[in-house]
Design a protein around this ligand. Structure first.
Ligand code: SAM
Length: 297
C-alpha cells in the first residue's frame, strides 16, 4: 500500500497543474476577511529536495517546474497564475536557487492569514513524521495541525467548519484502485455535510476505467447538488506504450492529469485558461500535448 513516495514526483507536470490551481483558488478565497478552513486529505512530506536522490532518480521535475524556471529570459511574459506559481516556488529558495520544492501543505500555509486554519492528513509513517518535523519549523502554532490518519475519513470531523468557509484538497496517490471510489464517496458525503465548501480533486489521466470515470462521477455529483464546477486537464505527451527496436516495451510515465473543482471561485476560469495554454507550450513532450478547461453548474 505504501510504496508511493511523492519525493520522486515533486515538481512534475502534475504538481505544476495542481499547485497552480490551488494557488489561484486560495488567492481568491483569502480575499474575504472571514476565516477559511483548509483541509489536505493526502498531504505528503510537505517539502522536497529537487537536488536529492529521489528527484534526481526520477528526473520528473526536469520536465515540470525546472523546465518553466529554465525558460529563456526573452520568453513572453507568463500568465499571472503561472507567474504566481513560480513566485511561490522561488519564495522557498535562495535567489536563483532551485533546491527546494514546496508541497501542498507549505504552499497553502503561505497563503493563509493568521485566523485561517490548515488540517493536514498523511498516513505514511515516514512522510507523516517528516511532515510533522517540517511543520514544526514553521512555528505556526494552532494554525496548522498534522494528523497521521486516513484523510478520506479524517476530514469529516472538520466539516462544516465554524467559519462556514472551507477549501479541501484531495490528492491521493491512487496506488490502490479503491482510491478512485473513495474520492467520489468522500466528496459526495462532505458535499451533503457542507454544501458550500470548495472541493478540489487531483486525478491521473491514465488508460484505466476508474481514472476515466472519476471526473464523470464528480460532474454528476456537482450537477445533482446544483453546484458549479471547473475541470482543468493538462496532457504533456501521448499515453501510448512505446516499443523500441529490440521489441522491448516502455511505459510513457504519467502523460496527463486533471483537477476537478466543485464550487470554484468564479474568477478562476479566465485565469486558468491563459495559464493552461502556456503550460502546453512550455511543458509539451510531444505533439499530443494539450489542455482542456470546462465548467458547468
Ligand atoms: N498533496 C501533496 C502535494 O501536493 O504536495 C502530495 C500528496 S501524494 C500525491 C499522496 C500522499 O498520500 C502520499 O504521501 C501517501 O503516503 C499519502 N496517503 C496514502 N493514502 C492515504 C490516506 N488514506 N490518508 C492520508 N494520506 C494517505
Amino acid at each position: 500500500m505504501f510504496s508511493y513516495r511523492h519525493a520522486f514526483h515533486a515538481g512534475n507536470h502534475a504538481d505544476v497543474l495542481k499547485h497552480m490551481v490551488v494557488i489561484a483558488a486560495l488567492k481568491h478565497l483569502t480575499e474575504k476577511e472571514a476565516a477559511l478552513a483548509v483541509l489536505d486529505t493526502h498531504a505528503g512530506a510537505g517539502l522536497y529536495r529537487l537536488d536529492g536522490d529521489y528527484a534526481e532518480t526520477s528526473g520528473e521535475a526536469a520536465n515540470g517546474v525546472l523546465r518553466l524556471l529554465d525558460a529563456p529570459k526573452d520568453a513572453p511574459a507568463l500568465a499571472p497564475a503561472l507567474q504566481d506559481y513560480l513566485d511561490m516556488v522561488a519564495s522557498f529558495n535562495a535567489p536563483g536557487g532551485r533546491k527546494v520544492y514546496p508541497g501542498s501543505p507549505f504552499i497553502m500555509q503561505r497563503l493563509l492569514r493568521d485566523h485561517d486554519r490548515l488540517k493536514l492528513f498523511e498516513l505514511h509513517p515516514t512522510d507523516a513524521k517528516t511532515l510533522s518535523a517540517n511543520v514544526a519549523q514553521l512555528e505556526a502554532g494552532r494554525q496548522v495541525a498534522v494528523f497521521r490518519e486516513d484523510g478520506f475519513e479524517g476530514v469529516r470531523k472538520f466539516l462544516p467548519p465554524p467559519s462556514r468557509r472551507a477549501f479541501l484538497l484531495c490528492d491521493p496517490s491512487y496506488e490502490i484502485k479503491s482510491d478512485y471510489a473513495r474520492v467520489a464517496e468522500m466528496v459526495n458525503e462532505n458535499l451533503k455535510r457542507f454544501a458550500t465548501g470548495t472541493y478540489a480533486v487531483w486525478y491521473p489521466i491514465i488508460p484505466r476505467p476508474e481514472a476515466h470515470d472519476l471526473p464523470r462521477k464528480l460532474k454528476t455529483l456537482a450537477n445533482r447538488a446544483g453546484k458549479s464546477w471547473l475541470h482543468a486537464t493538462l496532457t504533456v505527451k501521448s499515453s501510448k506504450i512505446l516499443t523500441d527496436e529490440a521489441g522491448d516495451t516502455k511505459r510513457p510515465g504519467l502523460p496527463a492529469s486533471g483537477m476537478f473543482l466543485i464550487n470554484p471561485p468564479y474568477t478562476m476560469k479566465p485565469v486558468l485558461q491563459a495559464a493552461l495554454t502556456q503550460l502546453v507550450e512550455r511543458l509539451a513532450q510531444d505533439k499530443h500535448a494539450t489542455s482542456t478547461l470546462e465548467s458547468g453548474g
